[in-house]
Design a protein around this ligand. Structure first.
Ligand SMILES: O=C(CO)[C@@H](O)[C@H](O)COP(=O)(O)O
Length: 233
């Protein structure tokens, strides 16, 4: 039995949610789960169909992207996950998908506007879209630089990764994170449904206004504020 069995199982189970939720096709996408005490994370191997995966196939990697344990090559996006784990100390899981609607907004290089209460139930700002990667980053350490592209965009916008757990990378696709891999998958599903709703909203009414501040506050706070009353005690 591996010393990292817990995170291997967490990463495996979270990865298997992606095709179930319709967030990936073929071998697209990847999920990782971290063990902060051991300084490693478990991530999907690269290019292996979801139906062929088992917990033992998850690859254990440290925050400098060195493989610590595993028979298979880790996800091609491993360095992006490693950069985010290294610098954003509270996150426990990361997801990358090429889900259709989220990716369409990323390809259009547009943040997803906060049009409705579904969006405000989860975050109070537009879902940010980082600029596409510059040529020197693409020629250099591409996936590593993608991690910094994400972090720099959060810093430029003055956003906290603890409050906004999702981003689009321009020309590429969504990344989400959370306290656990399971929460990061939930965030990917939220991003995708909100992306679809926003696109339809703009098609129906190209001048659709964004949600007013009072409704943003009401919906976010009734779920996440001090006096939250959404759901059961
Ligand atoms: O971003 C991409 C492809 O552009 C990747 O996310 C793949 O969709 C999945 O790659 P592996 O995790 O299997 O290497």
């Amino acid at each position: 039995m591996s010393n990292y069995q817990d995170i291997k199982v967490q990463a495996y189970q979270a990865n298997m949610q992606l095709p179930k939720l319709g967030l990936v096709l073929f071998t697209f996408g990847n999920v990782s789960a971290v063990d902060r005490a051991k300084g490693v994370f478990a991530i999907k191997p690269s290019g292996v169909p979801y139906e062929d995966l088992s917990p033992d196939d998850m690859v254990i990697v440290d925050f400098d992207s060195n493989v610590v344990e595993g028979r298979l090559r880790p996800s091609s996006d491993t360095k992006t996950h490693a950069v985010l784990y290294k610098h954003w100390e509270d996150i426990g899981g990361i997801v990358h998908t090429h889900s259709t609607y989220g990716t369409a907004w990323a390809q259009a290089q547009k943040a997803i506007p906060i049009f409705g209460t579904t969006h405000a139930d989860h975050l109070t700002v537009d879902i940010p879209c980082a600029p596409p990667m510059a040529d020197e980053m693409i020629k250099g350490n591409y996936e590593y630089e993608t991690g910094f592209q994400i972090m720099n965009h959060f810093e430029n916008l003055g956003l906290s990764y603890k409050e906004v757990e999702m981003i689009l990378v321009g020309n590429h696709a969504p990344f989400t994170w959370g306290k656990t891999a399971e929460k990061a998958v939930y965030n990917s599903a939220v991003l995708e449904t909100v992306a679809q709703m926003a696109l339809l909203t703009q098609q129906i009414n190209p001048q659709a206004p964004k949600l007013k501040d009072s409704l943003i506050k009401k919906h976010f706070e009734r779920k996440h504020g001090e006096g939250a009353y959404y759901g059961q005690k």
